[in-house]
Design a protein around this ligand. Structure first.
Ligand code: ZN
Length: 172
C-alpha cells in the first residue's frame, strides 16, 4: 500500500526513531509499503519516519535501469566507517521541489539487518553512500536542509513556506 509521505515542516520528521527489536510480519508489511511508496513517488530512498513510523528502517534503490530494481532494505542501519568528502545536490520526498548541495562523506561502511535478521555490511560510494547518509539522518530527525548554512536555510524556509502557502491558496 502506498502511504502518505509527510512533508516539512511536519514535527513527526524531527523525532528520533527507535531500533527494531524483533522483525515481525508488521515489519515486513512496513517494508513492503515503504518500497511501494518510494517507487510510486518516485524516489531513491525512504525512511520509515517519512510515513510517520518511528522505527529505524530505510529502503534505498539507486539503480538506474527501470526494469532492474535493486532494493536495499536496511533495518537498524549504522555507519561504522566514513571517509572522504562529497558535495552533491540532494532532494527529499519530504521537501518537494527543493534541492541543494550538501556536504557528506564520499564513502561509508554501513552495517544493517535485512528482513531475515541477518547482519549485512555495505561498502559504498557515490550515490549509494549519500543515500545511506541521507536516510539514516531521517532516523535521527535530521533533514538535508539541517546541513545547510544558517543563511541558506533561512532563504530556503522563506521560499519553501511561501510556495506552500501559494499552493494552499490555489486549492481554495
Ligand atoms: Zn529525505
Amino acid at each position: 500500500m502506498v502511504r502518505t509521505i509527510l512533508t516539512y515542516p511536519d514535527p513527526e520528521l524531527k523525532k528520533r526513531s527507535n531500533p527494531v527489536t524483533v522483525i515481525t510480519d508488521k515489519t515486513r508489511e512496513l517494508v513492503r509499503d515503504m518500497a511501494e511508496t518510494m517507487y510510486a513517488a518516485p524516489g531513491v530512498g525512504l525512511a520509515a519516519p517519512q510515513i510517520g513510523v518511528h522505527q529505524r528502517v530505510i529502503v534505498i534503490d539507486v539503480s538506474t535501469q527501470e526494469d532492474k530494481p535493486e532494493l536495499i532494505v536496511a533495518i537498524n542501519p549504522e555507519i561504522v566507517h566514513a571517509e572522504g568528502e562529497a558535495f552533491e545536490e540532494e532532494g527529499c520526498l519530504s521537501i518537494p521541489k527543493f534541492s541543494a548541495n550538501v556536504r557528506r562523506h564520499a564513502r561509508v561502511v554501513v552495517k544493517a539487518l535485512n528482513l531475515d535478521g541477518e547482519e549485512l555490511t555495505y561498502r559504498c560510494d557515490d550515490l549509494l553512500a549519500i543515500a545511506f547518509q541521507h536516510e539514516i539522518d531521517h532516523l535521527d530527525g535530521i533533514l538535508f536542509i539541517d546541513h545547510l548554512s544558517p543563511l541558506k536555510k533561512g532563504i530556503f524556509r522563506k521560499r519553501y513556506l511561501r510556495a506552500q502557502e501559494d499552493a494552499k491558496e490555489h486549492h481554495k
